[in-house]
Design a protein around this ligand. Structure first.
Ligand SMILES: [Zn+2]
Length: 210
């Protein structure tokens, strides 16, 4: 009885992906209020609201039951003297979760994982998926993290945790960085990135946003 299905549209838009291969086209011009890092946009101007203290749910069939809590730990407890206001607690009640973790398997795809964010229709129309451009226009209510088991299986334990951390950060409104100069950032878009934990420029965005 704890499953409160959320009504949503059936179409799906890739908000962002951690991809192995080719560079995706960079969109949009940068709004004045957006954070940047080495010349690249680092965030969307809107956010998950409320997003500071949220539940997360690992849905049945998702086998990354240790990597996900490890990633959450990496988010809440960044290295060194960094801190941020993010708090997440595990729940089995869908209606109490704002960060949902699902698994799928697509071996023909380079996509390791992606995130979809959902807005609530204020006129009672339920929840619906937002595309990336809308993340500069409207706050969203919750995020779904989708892990491609076919690709996740190939990664080390560290890379799995880092991938999940990266995706969660998309759920909070961070964007992919694609310039090689940003390879050390947790928001670098490719699995060749070198970050193993939260990085400073990204943590600063969380502190500023939330
Ligand atoms: Zn990404």
């Amino acid at each position: 009885m704890d499953e409160m299905p959320r009504r949503k549209t059936s179409w799906r838009i890739l908000v962002s992906t951690l991809v192995v291969g080719t560079l995706l086209a960079t969109l949009h011009t940068t709004p004045a209020t957006a954070a940047t890092f080495n010349g690249e946009r680092l965030d969307f101007t809107k956010k998950m609201s409320p997003g500071t203290n949220i539940g997360y749910k690992i849905f049945p069939g998702n086998e990354y039951t240790s990597s996900i809590p490890a990633a959450i730990n990496s988010l809440m407890y960044p290295p060194g003297s960094m801190s941020n206001p993010m708090v997440l607690w595990q729940t089995t009640v869908t209606a109490n979760s704002q960060m949902d973790f699902y698994q799928y398997s697509k071996s023909a795809s380079d996509i390791v994982a992606y995130v979809e964010v959902f807005r609530k229709d204020d006129n009672g129309g339920g929840y619906y998926s937002m595309g990336a451009p809308a993340m500069d226009a409207f706050n969203w209510r919750y995020a779904e993290v989708w892990l491609n088991d076919a690709r996740m299986d190939e990664l080390s334990t560290t890379k799995r945790r880092v991938t999940i951390l990266h995706e969660m950060l998309h759920g909070y409104g961070l964007r992919d960085l694609k310039l090689a100069v940003n390879k050390a950032s947790i928001m670098y878009a490719y699995t060749s990135g070198t970050a193993t934990a939260m990085t400073a420029e990204t943590n600063t965005v969380l502190v500023t946003k939330y």
